[in-house]
Design a protein around this ligand. Structure first.
Ligand code: GLY
Length: 302
């Protein structure tokens, strides 16, 4: 039986000085996921383990080190989905959860709901026995300085879309089950309460054992309007090839809406796909045909 893991560490114009850190972070995440899969663990455990590694790594816009919103606070979103049962869990706009992917996992298993937000999601974390953290523990100096600079900027300097190092993982386990997980701090200087694609089932993530699994990264407003994760898995089912499906989905995303972002995916057979419309996408993966984790910054061609 095939096993596979693919992770992404964001698709954007990643400056060369940050390439090594992004690659290393993705590698460590894929390694954590592979450890789970190669010891007979589930795809759900693998994607949670991989995403947690990147949430803990301040290089990425997820967990500690995330972008600050317009009020200068971290607000986190995450989602997870089980391709066997279609069970899903998601949280958004949480401020006191260091690993929102694990809270989303608790929503999946321990709640009759799919999506919890804000104070209600944090109350559920306490009920589920997950620790809450000091919100200031999620803020790092780099992001505090960016926020101060943005707050003092005016007019055209106030960019709506900048760095977007959302993280995510898709996995296939030895039992043939697919899973996907995604986590983000959202866009820089976002309006408090803004939620992007990352935790939204069908938009930022989707997994169905009969179709495939996909995780998206990039400009959430555009990804939501094109329901990009579901569009990608539908292409896997239609075309029977994950690599082509990722390319077709991103071509549609780019041509239909000028989309900036990327997608990673796995077919039910364990083929993988990666595509993006941005200059770079940070990634790492391993399948049964690979001797080690393969990682890098994929460069857009053409
Ligand atoms: N893709 C991350 C976001 O827009 O929030």
């Amino acid at each position: 039986m095939s096993i596979a893991i693919v992770v992404h560490g964001g698709a954007w114009d990643i400056p060369p000085a940050l390439h090594a850190d992004h690659e290393l972070g993705c590698r460590a995440a894929a390694q954590a996921g592979w450890q789970v899969l190669s010891h007979g663990g589930t795809a759900l455990d693998a994607v949670e383990a991989a995403v947690r590694v990147m949430e803990d790594d301040p290089v990425f816009d997820a967990g500690r080190g995330s972008h600050l919103n317009a009020d200068g606070a971290v607000e986190l979103d995450a989602g997870i989905m089980d391709g066997q049962t279609l069970m899903a869990g998601a949280v958004a706009a949480v401020k006191r959860v260091a690993n929102p992917i694990s809270l989303a996992r608790r929503v999946l298993h321990d709640s009759p709901h799919v999506f919890l937000v804000g104070a209600g999601a944090e109350r559920f974390a306490i009920e589920a026995g997950l620790p809450l953290c000091d919100p200031h523990a999620l803020v790092i100096e780099r992001e505090q300085m960016l926020w101060e600079a943005r707050r003092n900027a005016t007019g055209k300097e106030q960019l709506a879309f900048g760095k977007a190092g959302t993280v995510g993982a898709v996995a296939l386990d030895a039992a043939g089950n697919l899973a996907v997980g995604n986590s983000t701090g959202g866009t820089f200087f976002k309006h408090p309460g803004r939620v992007g694609d990352t935790p939204i089932i069908g938009c930022g993530l989707y997994a169905d054992n009969t179709l495939g699994a996909a995780a998206c990264t990039g400009w959430g407003e555009q990804i939501m309007k094109t329901v990009l994760a579901k569009a990608t898995v539908d292409q896997i089912a239609l075309l029977g090839n994950a690599a082509t499906a990722a390319n077709v989905a991103i071509a549609y995303f780019r041509h239909r809406i000028g989309g900036l972002g990327g997608v990673i995916c796995i077919s039910p057979e364990g083929q993988i796909g990666l595509a993006h419309s941005t200059p770079y996408m940070a990634y790492a993966y391993r399948t049964v045909t690979d001797d080690d984790i393969l990682s890098g910054l994929q460069v857009k061609d053409g």
